[in-house]
Design a protein around this ligand. Structure first.
Ligand SMILES: [Zn+2]
Length: 452
């Protein structure tokens, strides 16, 4: 039977557009009921009457928003399915309110040829709970030497190109990559890091690393890479997106490049927005990620850049790792933390509850802005739009209990953290793909086929 659903009593929140203006002809911040038919939003009115056979969702006190877009997720799978697979990763995404995730190419084996991309796409069809858009590698084996067949993989559906996890140090290779990616209008997603500067480091270089006796990764490792890649872009043209911006110096360079009219965009992660290196639990590998948590000044610059629009999007860099790997000594443990389930609440508190920006502008950072960078339709609550929806209680206080995480991996620095704002129900193409079983079950009710 086709899905038929009515979301009642909620407040519809739509994001601003990519230019920061309210979406034209679409309601926002209004109490409206939402009817869903055949995977799409069919009606958007005040007090719609229930119909026979519908599933009714009571969204009293909740915000009804378009499902979120995460433009930087590591879904693992293939040879690393013990850490995460496309099923568990998209379950975690749905729990966080995400209905679209972009899967990075540093899989094992890397997504660097048509054959592997084809395997990934097949698995997405078989196992994904929400939309997964695959990224393909820029160079074979992520080695930074020989370009992949970008034209072929673009035709197959690669949404962007990235050697994420590895920087492309050879600028001649990067230049050719821009030229090929430009043919299809695809962005290059850069992981800006200078390996000669970062080599051997496991946390931010500064007072904290000195106190802990750890080798540091200077912020210059990121900023130097941002600077040189901007110069290559200036020469070749194309589209350059910087992932997980963490340093004030990088923000300054990106601001300048944008002012000069270059096609540069950037994202930042929730953890770089809410945590500094001073808040790390010493030697706890749940706080080890790349780029590392930076200084309080850097955190401030990231927040300011999101408010000003210099950084365009928030992306999780969800990076699952096994307990065995994360239990290694700090220096030897892998970089990365999971983040899909905590992203909304962490950023909501930091940006909206603090009064830094209104809800619709914040929502744009996780919907319209990443969608524009990726060249996909802007998610919105409007008649005719795909029924991809997150129903969030903005007042709900909760704790992130790591045992309840739907990810296969549990490497989060936010274990047990008190949060405000909880996604209760996620709808993808008109189907409920997540509901918070303890908090949302009573809100869902089937209307039997004979009632009116
Ligand atoms: Zn990266």
């Amino acid at each position: 039977m086709e899905s038929a659903m009515l979301i009642k009593n909620g407040r519809v929140i739509n994001p601003t557009d990519a230019g920061g203006k309210p979406l034209s002809s679409v309601a926002s911040n209004q109490s409206l009921d939402v009817r869903i038919r055949d995977g799409k939003i069919s009606e958007l009115e005040n007090e719609l009457k229930t119909k026979a056979g519908e599933t009714i969702i009571d969204a009293q006190g909740c915000w009804v928003m378009p499902g979120f877009v995460d433009m930087h997720t590591h879904l693992r799978d293939l040879a690393q399915a013990d850490r995460e697979d496309i099923c568990s990763g998209t379950q975690a995404a749905a729990a966080g309110g995400y209905t679209t995730v972009v899967a990075m190419a540093n899989t094992d084996p890397p997504t660097d040829c048509a054959e592997i991309l084809d395997r990934v796409i097949k698995r997405i069809h078989e196992r994904a709970l929400v939309e997964v858009l695959p990224v393909a590698a820029v160079t074979k084996g992520l080695k930074g030497v020989e370009l992949t067949n970008m034209v072929e993989m673009s035709d197959m559906g690669a949404i962007a190109f990235s050697d994420d996890g590895m920087p492309i140090s050879n600028l001649g290779v990067l230049r050719r990559a821009f030229e090929y990616a430009r043919l299809h209008g695809r962005p290059i997603i850069s992981h800006p890091e200078d390996h000669d500067l970062s080599h051997g480091g496991s946390m931010n270089e500064g007072m904290q690393s000195t106190c802990l006796g750890m080798k540091g990764i200077p912020s210059a490792s990121e900023a130097a890479c941002v600077a040189r890649e901007i110069e290559v872009l200036r020469y070749t043209g194309g589209r350059l997106h910087f992932a997980h911006t963490s340093a004030k110096a990088s923000v300054d360079l990106i601001r300048q490049a944008k002012a000069q009219g270059l096609s540069v965009t950037a994202d930042a992660t929730p953890h770089h927005l809410v945590l500094s290196d001073a808040e790390m639990m010493p030697y706890d590998t749940s706080f080890k990620m790349n780029p590392p948590l930076r200084s309080a000044k850097d955190v401030e610059a990231i927040e300011q850049a999101l408010v000003e629009g210099v950084i365009d999007a928030i992306a999780t860099d969800h990076a699952p790792h096994s307990k065995l790997d994360k239990n290694k000594p700090f220096d030897h443990a892998p970089f990365g933390i999971i983040g899909l389930e905590t992203a909304f609440a962490l950023c909501f508190e930091k940006l909206v509850l603090s009064g830094k920006m209104p809800p619709n502008k914040f929502l744009a950072l996780i919907t319209t802005h990443p969608a524009k960078i990726l060249g996909i339709p802007a998610p919105q609550i409007s008649v005719g739009a795909r029924a991809n929806i997150a129903i969030v209680d903005p007042e709900m206080r909760w704790h992130f209990e790591i045992g309840e995480s739907l990810s296969k991996s549990k490497n989060s620095p936010f274990k047990g953290r008190a949060l405000k704002g909880k996604n209760l129900i996620t709808i993808f193409n008109g189907k409920i793909v997540y509901f918070d079983k303890d908090r949302a079950q009573r809100r869902i009710q089937e209307v039997c086929a004979t009632s009116t």
